[in-house]
Design a protein around this ligand. Structure first.
Ligand code: FNR
Length: 184
C-alpha cells in the first residue's frame, strides 16, 4: 500500500514558486509515496475560545490531516520566519490539547525563495515547531532552494537540472525516512 503524504505549501499566491516546487515534487515522488497538497488558506485564525464549537474548516482540516502517514512542508520565508498562514495551520492541527494531528508523523521541510539564501530562516524556524509537535523531520539532504525565479519555464515546470536532481534525491531519502519512522 502507498504511504500518503500531505503537502503543506506556505504561500497562497497563485504563481507561487513554492507551489510550483510542490508540483515538481509530486511529479518526482518515488513509487511508495502519494503526495497531495492540502489547502490551508481558508482556516480561520487560531483562537482558543472557538474550541467549544470549532469552525467547520478546522474540523475538516484536522480530520483530513489525520488520514495521512507523513507531512511535507514547502515554505517561503516571510521576514526571516514562517508565513503566518502556515504557522496558523500548525496551530490549528495541534489542538484541542492532547489531540494533535501532527503527533508522530514523519516530516520534511523544503524552503524556496527568489532570494539567494533559500529561505533558510523559515526552514529552521519551522523545524523548531516540529520538534515540539513530535514530527520527526528528515535532516539530510537539506533543501534551501534559492534563486527560484530562474528555475522554472513560463508554464511553471521545473527546468533547472541540478535543482531537479536535488529534489529527486530529497524525495528518495524522504521515502526511506517515512518507511523507517511511520507511526505504527
Ligand atoms: C518576503 N520575501 C522574503 N524573501 C526571503 O528570502 N526572506 C524574507 O525574509 C522575505 N520576507 C518577506 C516578507 C513578506 C511579507 C513578503 C510578502 C515577502 C520575498 C518572498 O521570498 C517572495 O515574495 C516569494 O515569491 C514568496 O514565495 P512564493 O509566494 O513565490 O511561494
Amino acid at each position: 500500500t502507498k504511504l500518503k503524504t500531505a503537502v503543506l505549501v506556505g504561500s497562497l499566491r497563485k504563481e507561487s514558486w513554492n507551489r510550483k516546487t510542490a508540483n515538481a515534487l509530486i511529479a518526482l515522488a518515488p513509487d511508495l509515496l502519494t503526495l497531495e497538497i492540502i489547502s490551508i488558506g481558508d482556516l480561520p485564525l487560531y483562537n482558543e475560545d472557538l474550541e467549544t464549537a470549532p469552525p467547520s474548516q478546522w474540523t475538516t482540516f484536522r480530520k483530513h490531516l489525520a488520514t495521512f502517514d507523513a507531512v511535507l512542508f514547502v515554505t517561503p520565508e516571510y521576514n526571516r520566519s514562517v508565513p503566518a498562514v502556515l504557522k496558523n495551520a500548525l496551530d490549528v492541527g495541534s489542538r484541542p490539547y492532547g489531540k494533535s494531528c501532527w503527533d508522530g508523523k514523519p516530516g520534511a521541510v523544503i524552503s524556496v525563495s527568489p532570494g539567494n539564501i533559500g529561505a533558510f530562516g523559515a526552514n529552521h524556524h519551522l523545524r523548531q515547531s516540529l520538534v515540539f509537535l513530535n514530527v520527526p523531520a528528515m535532516a539530510q539532504p537539506e533543501a534551501y532552494i534559492g534563486g527560484a525565479a530562474s528555475l522554472f519555464d513560463d508554464k511553471g515546470i521545473l527546468t533547472n537540472e541540478s535543482t531537479r536532481a536535488l529534489l529527486k534525491k530529497f524525495m528518495d531519502s524522504f521515502q526511506l525516512w517515512i518507511t523507517s519512522n511511520v507511526k505504527k
